[in-house]
Design a protein around this ligand. Structure first.
Ligand code: MG
Length: 445
């Protein structure tokens, strides 16, 4: 099948007509190329819908305007598509990769991942990139003929941005020459995959400034003093619009930063590609280093901003306080389901690898479903409501604290029926029925 996008592609772009294919062979769709079909499967997946209630940096209930995993993914897709079109790469593929890249994120952002990884240390660990691949390869249950979404190699390759050697070898054993191979051979992924990696970085650097200032945890003055790159664009914006102030000044500054990064990536990448005689995506994969990059000065500026955000936003005492509470919720849930698998839906019970099943179930939860499950199983409320309140009015930045450390040891209150210390453990063989007969919101299906 030919489509009009393909006619304008660079020779080194990924081409659905020369895809490395799907694990389960399928007939081509009559009206869509294989990358469009991947994107559509991702958009229709349960995991994609759950991104709307998953934390990016700020917990979902802390304000309606903060980024969630869903809006972050949409912003990554927008940036990646803009750059792909300018570089004559395949827009449908970058869109599919961008929309799927965070499907494996746990509730409560990186705090959730760290906690789940801690729980899984003796059982292969937990890493959100690998989990995104598990979601699209195994965990989605929508199709009659296969588990997962049966996506093309190219989309799966882009989803797996990072991978440790041990995990790569496991993937390689299951799928020789598959998406794990490049981490062993130290080769490159497609240009579309490389592009999405940078689009992710550009997106979160920009929107975390916006959300950081919106939350009151960062100030524009602090950014101007500490990040010369930001100050440069602040001044540039002021030169363009001398009377600008407040939020519009911030937004225009961020807009300028985004544009300059996009132009920088496109110029630097074009310059890197020009002297190379690349005739196919396979030639790209054989290159010893990445070809889609920032210029050196832009890479340095981006790294400096990342360091600033890490020190002043991600590690802000109030964010860390929330983070610690979120970790406790994840650890409690892990212990509870491990001890009483009947509290999980049928499809997650009785599997050979119980720890991995529990991790899969928890990783699929939204923030609010995890909090509700925690309340159901432990009897205490972890999340306080307060959408759109100024953060100064939200004690503890959203997460309540209502029990002592000793109670945490068992993961549950000692007198709770599920607590391992309670001899009459588990009178409830099954979770409460869902009123609609459907799984509740956020529950992995
Ligand atoms: Mg991301």
């Amino acid at each position: 099948m030919t489509d009009f996008y393909d006619s304008g592609l660079a020779p080194f772009a990924s081409d659905p007509l020369h895809s490395h294919g799907r694990i389960i062979l399928e007939q081509p769709a009559p009206t869509r190329n294989d990358f469009q079909r991947d994107r559509d499967r991702i958009v229709h997946s349960s995991a994609f819908r759950r991104l709307v209630y998953k934390t990016q940096v700020f917990l979902n209930h802390e304000g309606d305007l903060f980024r969630t995993r869903l809006t972050h993914s949409l912003e990554v897709a927008q940036l990646a598509r803009s750059m792909a079109r300018g570089l004559a790469l395949h827009e449908d593929l970058v869109e599919a990769i961008a929309l799927a890249h965070d499907l494996g994120h746990t509730p409560f952002g990186h705090a959730g991942q760290d906690a789940l990884n801690q729980c899984m240390l003796e059982h292969g660990g937990f890493e959100h990139n690998l989990q995104s691949l598990r979601v699209v390869d195994f965990l989605e249950e929508r199709y009659a003929l296969f588990d997962g979404l049966n996506l093309t190699f190219e989309t799966r390759e882009g989803i797996l941005k990072h991978c440790g050697l041990a995990q790569a070898r496991e993937l390689q054993a299951r799928e020789p020459g598959g998406v794990g191979a490049r981490f062993i051979d130290r080769t490159q992924p497609s240009l579309e995959a490389q592009l999405c990696n940078l689009a992710d970085e550009i997106a979160y650097n920009a929107h975390d400034i916006d959300d950081g200032v919106r939350s009151g945890l960062l100030s524009i003055e602090q950014l101007r003093e500490s990040v010369p790159w930001f100050e440069h664009y602040c001044r540039k914006t002021l030169a363009l619009y001398p009377s600008i102030q407040g939020r519009r000044w911030l937004f225009e500054t961020i807009r300028l930063m985004l544009s300059e990064q996009v132009y920088d990536v496109m110029e630097t990448t074009r310059a890197a590609l020009a002297p190379l005689e690349l005739h196919s995506a396979s030639d790209v994969r054989a290159c010893p280093h990445a070809l889609v990059t920032f210029s050196v000065p832009m890479q340095e500026a981006s790294s400096a901003l990342k360091q600033f955000l890490s020190a002043n936003l991600y590690r802000h005492p109030r964010v860390l306080h929330t983070t610690e509470q979120a970790k406790e919720i994840i650890k409690d849930l892990f212990l509870a389901y491990l001890h009483t698998p009947s509290e999980m839906p049928e499809s997650f019970r009785g599997r050979h690898d119980r720890e991995r099943s529990v991790a899969d179930y928890i990783a699929g939860m939204t923030d609010r479903f995890a909090a509700k499950e925690h309340q159901r199983l432990s009897g205490w409320s972890a999340l306080q409501q307060g959408a759109d309140l100024p953060l100064d009015h939200q004690p503890g930045l959203g997460l309540g604290r209502a029990r002592g450390d000793k109670e945490l040891l068992s993961g549950l209150q000692p007198n709770h029926p599920l607590s391992p210390s309670n001899p009459t453990s588990n009178p409830r063989a099954n979770p409460p029925p869902h009123p609609s007969g459907e799984p509740p919101f956020g529950e992995p299906t």
